[in-house]
Design a binder for this molecule. Sequence first.
Ligand code: HXC
Ligand code: NAP
Length: 334
Amino acid sequence: LRKSDPKIKIKSVFNDGTILNKQKYDSLVATAELSKFQPIIFQDTISNDVVFVYKKQTKEDLKKIEDDFKRKNKDDKEIRKNLNGTKISNLELKDLNGTVYTLESLKGKVIVITGGGSGLGKAMTKYFMELGAQVAISSRDLEKLKNTAKELEAETGGQCLAVQCDVRNYNEVEQMLQQVITAYGKVDVLLNNAAGNFISPTERLSANAFDTVIDIVLKGSKNCTLAFGKHWIDNKQESSTILNIVTTYAFTGSAYVVPSATAKAGVLAMTRSLAVEWAKYGIRSNAIAPGPFPTKGAWDRLLPGDLAEKFDMSKKVPLKRVGDHQELANLAAY
Ligand code: HXC
Ligand code: NAP
């Protein structure tokens, strides 16, 4: 306004007309409810002045604002103090970002994590337990799962059930679901994290090799999604969540990991389709597409032999670094 007409003046007033001619502005201001900080702005047709009208803060208002501010600061300090006093203090405080990740954010939730015995699945499971969820981890190797469950229970004080299940087999998935319900009485979240992958020129793959990856990633995610979805819908559960771990190349495709890229793209399409179709049942369907995060499972199969020395995963990432497990855990918890 000033630029377009240098004669126009901009004035600020409080709503009792402190600065300007009372008669001129009082009635206008009285017709609108002023909020604490948001001014009402109008242009006076006689003087052409542009007037910002602010709510006048009473002493009580100002005191309340100050008290709110002090209370919030105290709450933050309290959370930090509690964190520092417990075993989970190895978490960076910045990871518990404001109101989203308070310590009991996931209290009352039952979460099933396929492939939760190792790598990223284990990292997410641990954080869910720290945030108060009851969890079940499943995969083919029961011994490994039991060790992970024991380790995480000791570290977090939470509850972790180990359930053997090959996600390629629908009957095993149904049995896994029943085991979780028997143990916890319900299930709120399915995290499809189990995967299979290896690097290879595609023409060298046997039909069975290609199938194996598709079966774990696409068919496995489908099996779990279908079994859990049917259960939630039949039982009229009010709200539930499917979270799928895909990867960046689900969007772009990727050479030398074609079965995985094909399967992850399928999981992404399923995620988007069910987000629409099952929304009416209160089922949320989301996916996270991580870039490279160092895990033994991934690194052994994607960078076998001397590839690990020749190929630096971080160079592919614009930030020139690989992911930190807690970064993924934060997003999954959200
Ligand atoms: C070519 C291979 C192969 C390899 C196995 N096969 N490994 N072919 N190159 N490196 C072939 C076998 O010869 C066989 O075909 C068929 O695949 C099945 O092999 P099995 O060993 O019998 O399968 P199985 O015991 O079921 O094991 C599945 C697996 C294995 C996928 C092969 O690697 C696995 O258990 N993976 C689980 C964990 C995992 O992969 N984690 C990494 C996720 S990382 P034939 O014809 O001989 O019978 C990830 C990262 C994404 O997804 C993004 C990163 C940026
Ligand atoms: P990981 O430790 O090898 O995890 C894969 C898990 O899947 C294992 O715990 C494995 O357990 C389980 N699994 C494999 N086949 C299974 C089957 N048939 N039934 C049930 N469980 C099965 O590797 P990760 O790196 O943590 O990968 C976790 C997820 O992140 C995967 O979805 C992967 O695609 C995704 N991801 C990883 C990266 C990365 O850079 N690490 C990047 C993007 C996406 P068992 O062997 O005991 O069955």
